[in-house]
Design a binder for this molecule. Sequence first.
Ligand code: ATP
Ligand code: MG
Length: 460
Amino acid sequence: MLRFKSIISRIVILHVVAVVITSIFMSLALSWLLSYATDNIHNKAMQEQAVAVAEHLTARPDGNLELNLPLDLLGLYSQPYGRYSYAVIDDRGRVLFSSLTDHVALFPSDAETGDVEFLQNRRGDATVSGASIRKTVGDKTVWIQAGEDLANRDVLIDDIVADFYRNVGWITLPILLVLLAADIAIFRRALRPLRQASEIASQIGPTRTGLRLPTEEIPREVRPLVSAVNHALDRLEEGFRIQRDFTADAAHELRTPLSILRTRLDILEDEQVGRALRQDVEGMANIISQLLDIAELDAFVVDPAEKADLRAVTAEIAEFVAPLALAQGKDIALLGEVDPVWVKGNPEMLGRAIRNLADNAINHTAPGTTVEFVVEENGTVSIFDQGPGVAEDERKLIFQRFWRRDRNKAGSTGLGLSIVQRIVELHSATITVENRLTRGAQFSIRFLAAGDATGKASGE
Ligand SMILES: Nc1ncnc2c1ncn2[C@@H]1O[C@H](COP(=O)(O)OP(=O)(O)OP(=O)(O)O)[C@@H](O)[C@H]1O
Ligand SMILES: [Mg+2]
């Protein structure tokens, strides 16, 4: 058995086979019905002719029969015309009357048993077809035969039957092809919800576990499969949730011992040891807050209607990190747009991404350098620094969780850029890393522009 990958192609192939078979059978059946109907008409006409002849059959006083056909009937059966003929036969098979010149019966008498018989007989090249009826005239039983030479038969009816395929039979093929086209259209329509469901399914991933396939418009036959997939997704989402919750809970639980540690360090006698330990504790606190951010981001969904003023968010972060930068001997500069730049996204998440980039620009550069924040009208925020930059072969690595160039660097967990990337993904934004022509790195995120308060689209 052939296997078809597509249901549509299966339908087309099987339908074509059905169309061919049906059109053959339909034409055969129709032509048979037509010829049956014409035969019936013919038989009836012949029976009527035999009855008409029988009406003019009378018994003479001497017992013999007499046939006095009126003129119109004589014309009908005249030999020059040759189409119709009649004969009257008695019960011993003798021909009493016949319109044929050689005075013979149309059909052999032994074939006649019932009241009415429809018979066919060959006479020379001609085929005579007609009826034979029984009648009792006086005390004699006779058979009146009436027949038609088929070679002379009504041309119109013959043509219809003979040309049936050419004239009528072909119509079945286009009709069935139209049906086929209709079937394909109906099927495509029925499959459309499945295509839509597949589109949704293709969007489901570890970061989007909340999506479910729609079941309302799915054909009943496929619905069990779709429901089963949805239930499987429910279970997967639950598994993901448990894992996320664990990360969040663990990070959360670590906060308490950490703050206890902080207070204990404060009362430590040895100032120098205290300062060193406090730095370690801050490093741990950093890891924990990054882990909490990651756990939160895993479950975070951006409201598509939400928008943020990228300029305001950037300015706020610049202001926030300025004291940290100054403490490390670095300058902060905020450049670019001065008017609001509206982008699609959650202001809090945007801030976290910029904050991480800012932290990097401050933490991974030498003192005496400047960190620049530039916001452009098209929804791009760039952070420029004057540090070592990021080598070409590291530009993918830096976004991996826990990757850092210097594993011994205190307070460096390697989670910051993975958080940035996740926020970028959530906002359908793009991030690029480049080295500046002079010195240092440039990290740019381009967000989708949102309509501003007046409804005018910003950017581009
Ligand atoms: N502006 C930059 N200039 C040079 N190297 C950078 C810069 N930003 C990041 N890097 C490199 O990429 C690594 C990964 O950065 P990422 O922000 O992910 O982690 P981190 O800064 O080490 O730790 P944290 O989780 O605290 O952010 C850094 O350790 C650093 O080596
Ligand atoms: Mg970082």
